[in-house]
Design a protein. Structure first.
Lengths: 413, 413, 413, 413
């Protein structure tokens, strides 16, 4: 094999199975390796570190492998300098572009290291130089590439940090002394509540992502109470959540009672289209609230409490509501604009919007995914680092318990 | 077609889709039919009734079809007299035996009607005559047939009643005036609580069926509180529930925290086998409680509150506990002996024991099946009549809410 | 109750449970009813018909109830004349608009009946009058309403037909003489193959809807064979299917081997973003095929066989491919333009696009939904009429068998 | 911490995540550790090994921890000598008994090592001494313990070997050169077929475990073909599989067509009870075959081909068939008697019997679990070593493809 490079990786390599994934990657990319050193620490909780020489048939193969390994937090021992190439076409990254992770990343240019401002998965890195010579490095999604942008290519000069369990996962660690008779579900609710309080106390914002199941499961009162008590700063959702919430408010449709064996209640249900038409007539959800058309529910609470929401459409939408971004790329941009100071993210009963949000959230933001469907929880929460926690449970009862935990005067209905 | 008979059926035929199933049955058995009269009532809530002439190629085919239809509550217009044949072999029903439903059934012998004492699915009917000429009709499972028993054959002289929604389903009807902002999960919990209170007030017993998921979901404190407050009269379970509960009590194993993406924690876990061995040494669960070996948990509560339980084994059991029926037929007999005065049945997180219990419960007993797995709920609760209610939710949070509803001083942990 | 109207409904009312849903609707809308006549026919297979007087508190309530009932195929005995109102705002239907079903519908204006040209769910009806006085009635989705359009309001003058099992469901009926040893899965595959051949022979087009699971399950060769043999006229999909297919072609990524316990392989996988970038550089999938960049796979086959595809984006998309409609409303319009002559629709392993397609397909088009997830099959195939067939199975093995059935020289790999 | 011991473990520690589980165990048992040496090998595929000093509060705690660790293949550096204690009660192991894994295990007595003859999970180890002084060590399930047996206690003198991927997992390794367009499902079927052929060629027996889903999915012809071609040596199942198969043979019930959204077809279905009664009258399945009562199907093929089967009952059984072990402990004994020379095990569509079989199979037997339900596959195939392979797919189509692969003249129906 003609090309080789020595890389290193540090962290709780075995706890997270990360080393085994690294070796799999090398094999998948047709490379080979030898492990030069491996130090697992001596005492429990010591991090481990490895130094590995990876080999590939030629340098382009090696570069691609190195870029791949960086998605696992594996960095070159001698990082070198980042190389860039200009984008020749709008919306297209130059060949050999560095494909990002959502991990903390820094880039070395002319001997100096620059932190990537907004880590996000599956983007390019653009090097911005101000007139005064000040440099910044940002992620840029493919669709936002402008011709002429200086884009990082290859794996040189890049360093990625896998978050330590201490920094992120603490919110999810089992509390010491949890005795035999503790109730796990209650423990989980309390851990989530603690994480939310900590994030809020640290001046961070709380981001929610929710699907229509929140309405169907009867969690509107609990969610409204959390909004009013200041535990919801932003909501990401689709047309369905907002429409079902508003339909519920306008018509009192007892959709919620049709839980259980999820029935296809949404379509062919004329209340649904009338609710949509009513808000379209108002012009926006906020206007419908202002005009007294919508007087209750989740969207009403967000509007009256002046909280932000980003609704992004999908191909199955009726209507949609006037607030919905029908262009999904514009919707993603609106979502990106909201994640800046997020310190905790809760994902409730939606796979589509949860995955979309997970893609743009930095790995340093703890996230909790609650869904009754194990496969959604697996897809969303299993993110290759310990930043996520999945809870397979009923979103209705979970939110009820969370409101009881966080909102002092919340009354069980 | 050479043989025909006129049958009739009464009830909420369309609400339950029963008529469509009847017509399907006739087709499936190669028969034909014409509908002589059909009366759907005039006002809402009137029951409907139909009179149908069914035809088959010959009389044996017709008899089999008629017996099939009786499982739907379809009776012959002219019921005639029941015929019997002696069982010629122990454990075997005579050819042409009448195969039972769990619906209310009566049998006509010598011009008199006799109620079947213990309706149960998939049994034969035995006619018992006392020395003084007194007659009784009981169901008899195949394995309990004794040579010489007089067993009902054919469909003549049998009448089956489908329960009306009024008699059974009321426990599950949406309460009038449930407004738009009611929480469905809370509504469901309250309906179940009401049904349990009504059954208890009516002097009926409350039967529970539970799987090990109850322990894993952290519901032991809630369940114990329900036992102590008198809301558990009998428990049907397997070796796993009892062993996990006792293991939890003995070792404080934090099994419960491993919820979510259900891992195969049970096997290879030596706490499990040690717990089993400990109770085997004691001789019985009750003795282990008496000796102070087991001092907490569900089984401890049942023993100290003098409640009954029937544990029936399965092929995957370790141990098992000394109280477990290792012979499943003997286990079924023990279960049958417990269902006599049951007025409400709750099935939690177990498919095997729930189906087994559903088979021996009369259709007049309301049952609620709670499971996070929709397919279990479907299999157990979809029983062809409106006696069952399925709730797809988290059993841990459900029991927590139910204890809050039913037990005045129950504290959230 | 102050307002009443007599309605009638004809069809296989009991087979489909339709009558029970009608009565539920009346109750849900706070109305009341009495059944004037009910005729179930005499012989098997006769359709049944009912005449029902429905009552509501006032006329507006009655109108809403009547519109609701028409979604079930319940028509007014005296249909009257359709009323229209002008749309006062673009994108908004006038108050009291008639909300459509996807059933065959006709509208009476000035004593003449007009067939609705393109039945679709959850739309309005627009009355178009040509300069020469020629009239047409079309469905119009809310977002395509233009100010001044004449929109049908209220339920008068509208007649809806529920498809008979004969017209639609035949494709799915068990063939007579299917003996005991028939293989159900093989039977189902053969029925689908027959339905596809019949539709093609009748000059109809075959529409497919597919998710990325088709690629993961290893069904690319089978799908390509079906395209080449003329059994795929149009494909509806999202960015993911096309990207995974192209990634597979470009990099030979053995994504497909990661089946089973579906892992979140898509994200963080740099092959994925490189494939997207490559096609964005080409400008379109067709150009990438033309330029020899993409030389195999599903998209390659569609392009070279000159078949059409509509790719509509979602909020979770990377890239996306240049062919993807990023505006979902424009994407829906492109889909609507494709459904005109569709005679059979196959939906494979995608809930989002299947539901979206189901919404715009007339009820007269048979559809088959294949997914390993029962809840997707339920949501898509349970459409309130007998037009849909759900098959819970492995899409990879299903397509393999279907190709063996339909493509004479298809070789097992 | 007062007590310590140095242990070592060798194998593909990181690939299988085994080291992380070991450290978790130590923490769970309240112990502490330091890693003395850790060698991951140098080249790819080198096994790694670790030497760890574990500490606990006192010696009993340490012994329990060491026993726990041995279930992971972690052995004491200085194994010492095994200690034994007599069983004082039948059916009860002495305190401190060594709880077994299903890994290859050897025991040192008086300086000599003895292989455990029949590795099985969750048992004790009994030391047998012949009159001539010959020693053997066997596993003994708790229920088979006899008073006076010499049972191994503590962790001394025991060595456990985790199977290497080479020895077991090869059957499941992706073949080299599997190109981009390979079909994963076909690849998996072929791998299973190869594993079966290899086991047969090596003189080993092929064990199947099957649930009634095999019949419902229409796989009877494929299964019969596999029996006739010599690819089924033993079958483990419950009452349901055999009864549905026989019902299918006797009545041609098209149960199989009711696949898809699994309906509770079994109960209330009088064919089912009549089939049971018919075989009970015959006295056994073999007698029913001999008498010409049963002339086709899986059980017929097993009987006529003189293959063995073990049917073990469950609490939900009707009947049961006369061949069914109604005592589950006796059923387990019958199963144990069949696993001796098994070289490959296929588990189809049953969780209960698959888990039961997995418990008694040595870790050296490759097993494949096929089920459409991911949670069953996870529970059965995720066994902590690489002996199992789970395939989430349709068992009907899987067996069809497997028969096409293995049986030369198998015809597609």
């Amino acid at each position: 094999m003609g090309a080789s490079e020595t890389v290193e990786v540090t962290g709780h390599l075995m706890d997270s199975g990360i080393l085994s994934r690294i070796l799999d990657d090398i094999r998948d990319y047709g490379g080979d390796y030898s492990i030069d050193t491996f130090d697992v620490g001596h005492e429990a909780h010591d991090p481990s570190s490895a130094r590995i020489t990876v080999r590939a048939d030629d340098d382009p193969s090696l570069q691609r492998l190195l870029m791949r390994l960086q998605t696992r937090g594996v960095n070159q021992l001698d990082p070198g300098e980042a190389m860039t190439a200009p984008a020749d076409l709008a919306g297209v990254l130059p060949d050999g572009f560095y494909s990002t992770t959502n991990l903390e990343t820094r880039v070395r240019v002319d001997g100096s290291w620059y932190d990537v401002e907004n880590p996000e998965m599956d983007c390019g890195l653009v090097l911005l130089e101000a007139a005064d010579g000040g440099r910044r490095v940002r992620t840029v999604p493919m669709s936002d590439v402008e011709a002429g942008m200086r884009i990082v290519v290859g794996a040189s000069g890049i360093q990625v940090s896998v978050p330590s369990p201490e920094s992120v996962g603490d919110a999810f660690a089992p509390a010491p002394g949890e005795g035999a008779y503790e109730k796990p579900q209650a423990v989980l609710v309390r851990q989530v509540a603690d994480g939310m309080r900590q994030a809020r106390d640290a001046g961070k914002r709380l981001l929610w992502v929710a699907g229509p199941g929140v309405v169907h499961a009867g969690a509107v009162p609990a969610f409204v109470a959390l909004v009013r008590a200041g535990f919801v700063d932003s909501l990401f959702a689709g047309n369905a959540l907002a429409t079902h919430d508003i339909e519920f408010s306008l018509y009192g449709t007892s959709l919620g009672l049709d839980l259980g064996l999820a029935q296809g209640v949404e379509h062919g249900h004329e209340h649904h289209v009338r609710a949509l038409n009513t808000i379209r007539r108002s012009g926006s959800i906020a206007k419908a609230v202002e005009d007294g058309v919508v007087t209750s529910g989740i969207m009403h609470a967000l509007v009256t409490e002046k909280k932000r929401f980003v609704l992004v459409g999908s191909v199955r939408d009726d209507g949609p509501l006037p607030d919905v971004y029908t262009d999904v790329i514009e919707g993603q941009r609106a979502m990106r604009a909201e994640v800046a100071d997020v310190g905790y993210c809760l994902m409730m009963a939606t796979q589509l919007h949860s995955v979309a949000t997970g893609n743009i959230l930095p790995a340093t933001v703890p996230l909790v995914c609650v869904d009754i469907n194990p496969s959604t929880v697996t897809k969303v929460a299993d993110r290759g680092s310990n930043q996520g926690r999945g809870i397979v449970t009923d979103v209705g009862l979970f939110l009820e318990q969370l409101a009881l935990e966080l909102v002092p005067d919340y009354q069980r209905s």
